[in-house]
Design a binder for this molecule. Structure first.
Ligand code: GLU
Length: 354
């Protein structure tokens, strides 16, 4: 493995931050903490002349599934590195997976070289690669797919006594449309356009993060929020199990058109009993979570990342219930619109999967 430093100084800072965090047993709480810790790590733990490879994987809010996914990938990379040292098969990758704004933030920061890898919804991977939707006029041709992960249904979660039973009932209500940079913000906007709904149709359209929205719903500061996330999710449970919020069906003609006209959408069922208030199955449309990188990411690095995950797939599946049915065959093709990175292809061919 050639010696390489990460392209973005942020990647090294984030790694230093990870080291600082693990030594102090801290976890990401919010953007403020992140900023404070980045500054702290920058001042007190600079990483000079690294002879290792530092990679940063962009995730999502700290209560989401992406945060677990990114950190699980890092865990497998570090496990392989440790086992490799014993067996003489060495790789020098060190990995950090900070909390970020979500899918479109990750894609933009991979483009700028500030992140090496990132997790992104299949719809935003598609739009970024083809220069459509939010990425119209800003095509990211160098975006590369690595593998896909868990399904992410789009949830509309409604407060207990709001009387909201369908999309139409959101009119005149206080709705969280998500923070800019998040995948759900983009998908919410697509759904609003498809339904002919504008922000003005809501009494209030907030831009809270995924970490803030459940509390806001339970505190009755908002009536509903949109969230694209794997199942089950602690943030969703906070609202459903914590204050009897409900997830509504999104399976009418508008969603049917979205699914029929776009390869990256599919209908997903949230099974009965997943949360305290899902007393019957919820049918909604959704996407797939995917891992992406840039074309100029060295093949050996992508190869080792992919190898670490797939050689340890059973351990990986056990790290979150949303990962329990991950299966290599769909993971190397479903939801991937950008070309696969050659480093990933090398491993998939070696395994006889391609
Ligand atoms: N799908 C969300 C996004 O792209 C993130 C979900 C999660 O954090 O698990 O922003």
């Amino acid at each position: 493995m050639p010696v390489r430093t990460a392209p973005g100084s942020i990647a090294r800072m984030i790694f230093a931050l990870g080291e600082v965090m693990s030594s102090f047993k801290l976890s990401f709480v919010n953007g403020f903490t992140l900023t404070a810790l980045v500054c702290f790590s920058f001042m007190s733990a600079p990483v000079h002349s690294v002879d290792k490879v530092f990679i940063a994987i962009g995730t999502g809010g700290p209560t989401g599934v992406y945060f677990v996914a990114g950190n699980s990938i890092c865990r497998m990379i570090h496990k392989e590195a440790a086992e490799g040292r014993k067996q003489g098969r060495k790789h020098d990758i060190r990995c950090a997976a900070p909390s970020t704004g979500g899918s479109t933030y990750n894609i933009s920061n991979i483009r700028q070289g500030e992140l090496d890898f990132g997790i992104a919804q299949s719809d935003w991977q598609h739009h970024a690669y083809y220069g459509t939707g939010k990425f119209a006029g800003k095509r990211f041709e160098q975006l590369r797919a690595v593998f896909s992960m868990h399904p992410e249904p789009f949830h509309i979660i409604v407060g207990k006594n709001t009387g909201i039973k369908s999309w139409a009932d959101l009119k005149g209500k206080r709705v969280n449309i998500g923070n800019p940079g998040s995948g759900q913000r983009g998908t919410m906007e697509v759904l609003m356009t498809a339904h002919g709904t504008s922000k003005d149709d809501f009494q209030l359209a907030t831009e809270l993060t995924s970490t803030e929205q459940s509390k806001a719903l339970c505190d009755q500061k908002i009536d509903a929020f949109g969230y694209t996330v794997g199942v089950p999710n602690a943030g969703v449970a906070l609202a459903t199990d914590g204050c009897a919020a409900k997830i509504i069906n999104l399976s009418g003609p508008v969603e049917e058109r979205l699914v029929n006209n776009n390869p990256f959408y599919t209908f997903i069922t949230i099974p009965k009993g997943k949360y305290k208030t899902t007393d019957s199955a919820v049918i909604t449309f959704g996407v797939t979570a995917t891992v992406v990188t840039r074309a100029d990411q060295p093949d050996e690095i992508v190869y080792e990342v992919v190898r670490s995950v797939f050689e340890n797939i059973d351990d990986f599946r056990a790290l979150h219930p949303a990962f329990s049915s991950l299966d290599p065959a769909p993971m190397i093709k479903d939801g991937l619109s950008a070309p696969l990175h050659p480093g990933a292809v090398k491993y998939y061919k070696e395994k006889g999967w391609m």
